[in-house]
Each structure stands twice: as structure tokens, then as C-alpha cells.
Design a protein around this ligand. Sequence first.
Ligand code: NAP
Length: 351
Amino acid sequence: MSNRIPVAVLAATGSVGQRFIQLLDCHPYFKVTVITASDRTVGQKYGDACHWILPGDMPDWVKEMTIQPTSPEAVHCPLVFSALPADAAVEIEPAFARAGSIVCSNASAYRAAPDVSILFPEVNPDLTDIIPIQRSLRGWSGAIITNSNCTSAGLTVSLKALYDAFGLKKVFAVSMQALSGAGYPGIPSIDIIDNVIPLIKGEEDKVEHEPRKMLGKVVGNEIIPADFVISAHTNRVAVVDGHMVCVSVELEHSATPEQAVEAFRAYQAPEISRDLPFAPQPVIVVRDEPDRPQPRLDRMTGKGMTTVVGRVRPDPLFGLKYVVLSHNTIRGAAGGSIYNAELLVKQGYIK
Ligand code: NAP
């Protein structure tokens, strides 16, 4: 514990930033030495500036930490976890990468760039092969590595199990996304109670692209997405945490629901990612009950890192359908970034 790597959390006061603080408490590799946020809160003590919204108490060690400006000059850490809004990340994250930090980002600002990986250690640890290419193309000594958007997280893990076993041709996905996915304070309560909002700006494009990129390969100087098509509808529902997605798939080689369940249950992370502290144990749980998964009951499976699948059954249009759930601020955000950073330590990118 005494040789832990010093890390910063950028935008530490928000919904995802708080998850980082909670999940990095006593992490075996990383010690939070700097926290930042916007000009609104810079200079204040975290305990005063942050309206803590997570179950359990704010850790004592962070209460007296002073919030620093979000700039490389104020933060000297080999690793920074970014929970910045995308518009702020556009300029800030490259400044850190240029200054030599590895940036594990939750923002969408660079996810679509062909030289930036959307890393999921249980799915695609080889996508870090893009890091030396990114460095040489951009002249950075650090790097930017991203997570997917939170809806693509569990969806992609489930698709990877099917892709490896049967191949994929078409995916039709309809999300029911939790409120915490919109940050804090997020959507006004009067808009969402007794309601479903059938628009999350920009999300459908992300869900149609990011899983394909995550199942893609580094070819030459870029990541080439996997060759299947996704159609997505994304909806906000009155659930606090946990994004659920109803999925229909057309496979290259058709499979019965029983064969699909077997593939989900058999799926394991590649060996390099399997035993890291934040590795999901197991990667996928398949629930047999006809009315599961449910966000309230199943989102904390495997400490919020496991993808939960259920209702695997025939689909008259596409062949197979199922429901998938994952915790949006843990597997879909802070927990996923920490797992990425653990992999980068194991691969020697962070020392
Ligand atoms: P949030 O609750 O609205 O928090 C926003 C945070 O950003 C606050 O800490 C705020 O600090 C800080 N901030 C705002 N402008 C800034 C600036 N110019 N410089 C530095 N800090 C700034 O948002 P969130 O839900 O945590 O989302 C954070 C990022 O993660 C977004 O890019 C989001 O798309 C992504 N993401 C979120 C989820 C999720 O489930 N929530 C999942 C995956 C990815 P102050 O307190 O000082 O205002």
C-alpha cells in the first residue's frame, strides 16, 4: 500500500467523480492525491463543496482535501481519472496527455477518434495497442483511454459473448436508462416522475457506434469497428442507478436460447484481465427467473462490475432476444475506468 501510484480525479464532485472517490478508497494500486472540479468549487474543501449522493459516507481522507484547478500545472500525476463533461474534456484531456499523464476518461469527447481506444479489459485488452500510435500521431508522452458510454457497457459485454460464439449480423437495442446517467442534479423530478422520456441527446449515435468499435481491431494507425449493424432507441426512466437494455440479435450462425445462455455463462475475460482487483467476478451472470434482471435487485451483482443477462428467448424477427443490465456509474463509468487503469499498470503503460 505504501508504494501506491498517485492519481488525480478530475471533476471529483459530480455523479461519476463521487464514484471514483468511493471506489478508490483503499485501492491496492492507486492513491488519490489531487482532486479537481470547475471554477465554481476550486479552493473549497471537498467536504464543503461536494453534495454527496452515494450510499455510505464520504471517506474521511477526502473531506479536508482542497479542490484544485483542472489543469496539468496544478496536477502532477502519472494517472488522471477524468469525470469531466465532454465539452470541458475537449481541451483539458489533451493538455494532460501532452504533459505526460495517462488519462482514463469517461467523457465522450475522444471516444469516436480512430486512434483512441474504448477499453473494456474483459472484452478488448489488445486495443491498448493503439497507445503508441496515438502518441506518435499526436506527439503526446501521455495518452487518452476512454470507457464507453454507460448504456453500451453491459450491451457490449453481452454482444462479445455472442460475437465470439456465433458471429453477429444485426442488433436492435432499446434502453431504459437510469437518472444518475444524466449526472447530478440531472433531470428535474417533475419531468421524470410518472414518466418516460424517449430522448437522450446524442446517445443513440453512441450506442450504434461504440459497441462496434469495442469489438473492433487495431489495423494500421486506427481502430476498425467490427462489421455488424446496430439500431438503438434510448429512453430515460425513473430508476436511480442501473441501465437496462432489451436486445434482439441476428447471429451469423443461429443459436437456440439454451446455446446462447451457455455462451454467456462460459464467457471469461482474456487471461491478462482476469485477476485484476476490479475484474468482474463473474463477467456475466444469467438469471433464470422470468422477471429478472431488475435494476433495484441486480445492479450490484459482482460489486456493480458484473453484466446481468436474463429473459433469453427466441425472437420472431431476429432469431434471439434477451435483457441486459449493468450499473451505469460503476461498470459503465468509474469502476470501468479503474479496471482500465489496472490493466494499463499490468501492461506497463503506467508505472
Ligand atoms: P455531473 O454529475 O453533472 O458532474 C459534473 C462534474 O464536472 C462536476 O464535478 C463539476 O464540478 C465538473 N465540471 C463542470 N465543468 C467543469 C470544468 N470546466 N472544469 C472542470 N470540472 C468541471 O456529471 P457526471 O454524471 O458525473 O458525468 C461526468 C462525465 O462522465 C460526463 O462526460 C458524462 O457524460 C460521463 N459519464 C457519465 C456516466 C453516468 O452514469 N453518470 C456514465 C458514463 C459516462 P463542480 O462541482 O465544480 O460544478
